[in-house]
Design a protein around this ligand. Sequence first.
Ligand SMILES: NC(=O)c1ccc[n+]([C@@H]2O[C@H](COP(=O)([O-])OP(=O)(O)OC[C@H]3O[C@@H](n4cnc5c(N)ncnc54)[C@H](OP(=O)(O)O)[C@@H]3O)[C@@H](O)[C@H]2O)c1
Length: 239
Amino acid sequence: MTGESSHHTALITGASRGLGLALARSLAEDGWALIIDARGEDTLESARAELAEHTSVAAIAGDVTDPEHRAAMAGAAREAGGLDALVNNASILGPSPQPELLDYPLEVLEEVYRTNVISPLALIQAVRDELKEGARIINVTSDAAIEPYEGWGGYGSSKAALEQLSNILAAENPGLRVYRVDPGDMRTRMHQEAFPDEDISDRPLPEESVPGFVKLLTGDLPSGRYETRALVARATTED
Ligand SMILES: NC(=O)c1ccc[n+]([C@@H]2O[C@H](COP(=O)([O-])OP(=O)(O)OC[C@H]3O[C@@H](n4cnc5c(N)ncnc54)[C@H](OP(=O)(O)O)[C@@H]3O)[C@@H](O)[C@H]2O)c1
């Protein structure tokens, strides 16, 4: 455990696999205490057991759309002595394959928005009193928030809403660092759901997006929109 960051605590949603687990592994190795969640209890427990070899971990199974679950995570944040970082990473794609907007089932769209937009804000509200001075909030977004990819209207517009929500939250709270972060394409379950018939083995592993997140969590960058791989490429050029 690295002494310097051993008192740091991060709450990462959706950390049982994919990007959330990759980031949790990296922070655990640097001694951050962690609070993690996911809906699937068994996979979350495997992640907890692995991470607990490096640091203290509170794993709370549940759905980010559930207010009681969010309150339980806020309680864990209080018990941990507050948060240095909240990473709103949990997200859903919606139907696979994704339907075009004219055919998009509206009850599913509501679920996508509830998970990808309302819940991140609700969790920020739930932990607002647990955020330490200078705490970082990372809302994980996507290039689908900006590009008009056909078929990506549900997920993409939810991420666009999350981005503008992050943008305004930062303007309203100059004391907080609010980052909206595009991790780029990653070889994960969500990506496979997005491209159900494709071999996605050429996509980078989520571990390749992690250094950009660590840079945001440990550096001094202003609130804003960042792409993790560009952040790391910039650092390499500066070195
Ligand atoms: N993969 C890509 O190419 C890509 C590109 C751009 C942006 N992103 C973004 O990166 C982030 C991570 O995506 P990923 O590719 O790592 O996805 P993933 O492999 O599907 O992992 C998603 C994680 O979130 C959890 N989760 C999903 N819905 C949840 C809910 N309602 N409540 C609690 N936990 C929930 C999942 O566990 P359970 O299913 O057990 O709940 C899992 O741990 C997402 O915000 C995604 O939009 C991904």
